[in-house]
Design a protein around this ligand. Sequence first.
Ligand SMILES: *Cc1c(COP(=O)(O)O)cnc(C)c1O
Length: 454
Amino acid sequence: MESTRILLEAHEIPTHWYNMAADLPAPPSPPLLPDGSPARPEHLAAIFPPAIIEQEMSSERWIEIPHEVREIFRLWRPSPLVRAVRLEEALGTPAKIFFKYEGVSPAGSHKPNSAVPQAFYNHQAGVRRLTTETGAGQWGSSLALAGQMFGLEVRIYMVKVSYEQKPYRRLMMQTWGAEVFSSPSSLTESGRKILAETPDTFGSLGIAISEAVEEAAARADTNYTLGSVLNHVVMHQSIIGLEAKKQFDKIGLYPDIVIAPCGGGSSFGGIAFPFLGDKAAGDKRAEKLRAIAVEPSSCPSLTKGRYTYDFGDASGFTPLMKMYTLGHDFVPAGIHAGGLRYHGASQFVSQLFDAGLIEAVAIPQLATFDAGVRFARCEGIIPAPEACHAIRVAIDEALKCKASGEEKVILFNLTGHGHFDMSSFERYFSGKLEDYEYPAEEVEKSLAKLPKFG
Ligand SMILES: *Cc1c(COP(=O)(O)O)cnc(C)c1O
């Protein structure tokens, strides 16, 4: 009997991250200040340590993973690559479906892959405290875990809808020693302003980012960390795709289609970019590779957004980045895939999408849960609602193969388990989970407020 799990040894944990900046079709557009002038490293120094700023702006193809970071990674990495044989059988597809399972980390998702190096570089730079935002609680719990490993204090602004829906995520963060506040909070100027305007708001990642950045910028001993979107975060996540490549090498296969959910874009970039790097290098196996980013219909940044300069947060504290955006103050519906409720998307993901080098699809909430439950009943693992987006498209692609008879190799990023999302599954089973229409009018309103130059 063949094993369905393709495993690596600890010494096979990659030694370098892959940086997509080296292989983009054109140089990336620089981040800008609100007046339209380019943001320079010193503008970021109030909230990030030097090593992170360097990575954010680097176009080196390979960047070494510090020894201290790899040592911590050994707690759960290399993560397994699994062939979903029972799902293939249930679908009756000739396709081979693989998933890279990132739910094996202590926090239950891919996010510690970036939380650990971010905590390390801040500790190395003598920083004592970290602030951050969290949507579903996945990033907050990852940073709480990582901060605690390097003796850093961690303060987390948690989007209100998740704070209320996910008390156990909050308790995980507290178990790892972090302080957690519901956002918008009355602790910051940005939070108080939004509470005064819209006291009933669900909160959003953009608002929580404003609060965390405001606090970090105001205190010398405190830095800010972000769980997705920025170039250095996407690069840290490349460890997922780099390991997957080694695992496919072991079995002599190569994926035809790579699929991931897309919130800020780090889990998509993390699994897809190392393969797109092969394609850029002219690797024959990657010639026809398709990479598909999957977003929720209620927050469709890539498929319905505009490709332009916008702020990364709701209040306009961050530099402007050229990305697909729904407008920085757009507040998406309170869907259960909290990690996908972000108005924009990674610059590199945006640039590749604009250049037609990757694909994107938007899926309504119910269809993602249908797929997630089907997957759980075949493969056992209960997926996070975010990961259900990738599963939906993996199943759809496998069914296309069934119709055409093609034996494609499909890889998707199973970004996390859903053990703390069971109340979402409860709503799904009781028929209370709803689909939301694409909020065209709200997006128009928000896009009308895009920053203008000159
Ligand atoms: C945060 C999160 C995502 C979204 O990741 P991005 O890198 O922001 O696109 C997907 N799945 C899980 C489980 C997450 O926690």
